[in-house]
Every structure is written in C-alpha cells, then in structure tokens.
Design a protein around this ligand. Structure first.
Ligand SMILES: Nc1nc2c(ncn2[C@@H]2O[C@H](COP(=O)(O)OP(=O)(O)OP(=O)(O)O)[C@@H](O)[C@H]2O)c(=O)[nH]1
Ligand SMILES: [Mg+2]
Length: 237
C-alpha cells in the first residue's frame, strides 16, 4: 500500500530542510510508492517552497485561514491509501515511521498512533505541556468512551486515507484529533486502533505556534457538538 506523508508548516524552513531527507530515508525502506505533501501557511515568511522544490516533494498553500484548512488541503490532495501525519519540528522523530507502518500492516489497523503514553513511550515536552496533554487525554477518553487508547491527542498518526477523505470536520485547530477519532469510531464499530511507543522530542529550531487561549473557543464548541453528535448518532443508527 502506498503512503502519503503530510507535513504542515508555518515558518519551518530550517526544520524541513533536514526532515524531508530523513523521512525519505525511512520511507524507501518500506515502499517506493510514497509521496510527501508539504502544506504551508500563507503567513509563512520563509523559503519552504524552495526547499520542497529542491527535495522534489509536493508543496501546497493551505486553502483557508485555520490550521484545519492545512490538514484538509493535505487530505484533498493525498493520493495514496495510507495517510501519515508528522510535525515539521522533529517532535515526531522520523525513525519511528517503520514501526508505525509495520504495526499498521501487521494489525490491519485503521489507525496507528505514535504514542507517548504506552510502555516504552516518552516525552521531553515542557512540564506545562505534559500536564495539559494528560488532562486533555483524560477528557478525550471520557468523551470517546475509549479508555484503552492512551494518546488520543497525539499528532503522530497513520490512518487509512479513506477514513479522512469522507469526513466533514468542524474543528479549527487540534481538537480535530478527538473529532476524527470519535467520528471514525462511530462510522466503523470495528475501527482498529494500535499504539506504538515513540519518544516525543522538544522542538529545537523555529518558533512554537501553540496558543491555548486561541484554541479554547473552538475546542469547547467542538466538544459540545461531539457530545450531542454521539447521542444522535446512536439514536439514528
Ligand atoms: N500550514 C500550517 N501549519 C501549521 C499551522 N500552525 C502550526 N502549523 C504546523 O503544525 C505543526 C504543529 O504545530 P504546533 O504543535 O501548533 O505548534 P508548534 O509550533 O510545533 O509548537 P511547539 O511544539 O510547542 O513548538 C508544526 O509543523 C507547525 O509548523 C498553520 O496555521 N498552518
Ligand atoms: Mg511542535
């Protein structure tokens, strides 16, 4: 099965210069049938486009103002059966790509999560972010009713592309992790999730764009919608 690797970028030139070759190095071990899509923010003020051209990978500008629009752009142009998302800043080290892919294939999984919170996984994120992430994962477990999956909020994920292509999304930011998770599980009761351990690395180059205050209104709105969506879905089915 072919793989689309998606890297969303907002001023990440310094990172993708190194990341793209490293991602390729891992992919060629697995298959020749891959593509790398970089979807850049229109606010980026760097030369990410040139880096993509030099490395012969596809470059798109996100089609809309929000983070989610960058993801939607990637989903729209993804042409392979498997969709892998990886952050541009090396927080998701590319050397785990084979583990994630092999778990995906051998388990016939619908989703494999590169997980910080299973045995063997770890994170060197800031304390504040770890607390935030643990609380968020607890909320996500309660909202989804899935207490077996430990890192629902993590971004390092491999999906069947078809799961994403058919999904309408309400989110603007990272609440899309729980939105996709819940909608995919409701649509397919057999939806198989596997977690493989990763070490989440702190960003070394470039600037953080995290802004919890900016994310909050959309998070709350989507949580409430998902809560009712789950109830209605069960009633309708
Ligand atoms: N295209 C696009 N990419 C974005 C946008 N916001 C963030 N990104 C990218 O998405 C990935 C994850 O971003 P975040 O986790 O929000 O933020 P971050 O800057 O990595 O934050 P830290 O991990 O705290 O440094 C990174 O590769 C960012 O460059 C956006 O609005 N558009
Ligand atoms: Mg990051």
């Amino acid at each position: 099965m072919g793989i689309t690797v998606t890297i969303l970028t907002y001023n990440e030139e310094e990172n993708i210069k190194e990341l793209i070759p490293q991602v390729k190095e891992q992919l060629v071990k697995l298959t020749d049938d891959y593509e790398i899509l970089v979807v850049d923010s229109p606010n980026s003020k760097d030369n990410s486009k040139d880096v993509c051209e030099k490395n012969n990978v596809k470059y798109y500008l996100q089609e809309g103002p929000y983070f989610i629009d960058a993801l939607k752009t990637a989903i729209k142009y993804a042409s392979k059966d498997i969709f892998l998302y990886i952050d541009a800043d090396f927080s998701h080290p590319p050397e785990y790509i084979p583990d994630i892919y092999n778990a995906f294939i051998s388990n016939n999984a619908d989703l494999v999560i590169g997980s910080r919170y299973v045995k063997g996984g770890s994170t060197d994120d800031f304390k504040k972010n770890i607390i935030y992430s643990k609380v968020l994962n607890l909320i996500y477990k309660i909202l989804s009713g899935d207490f077996k999956t430990n890192d629902i909020s993590g971004g390092y994920k491999m999906y069947k592309t078809s799961v994403l292509k058919n999904m309408k999304l309400w989110s603007r930011y990272f609440e899309m992790q729980i939105e996709i998770f819940i909608k995919a599980k409701l649509a397919n009761p057999e939806f198989k999730v596997v977690e493989v351990p990763i070490h989440f690395k702190q960003r070394e180059k470039g600037c953080s764009k995290r802004n919890y205050f900016k994310y909050l209104p959309s998070f709350l709105k989507v949580f409430i919608k998902l809560f009712f969506y789950k109830i209605f879905y069960r009633v309708i089915k």
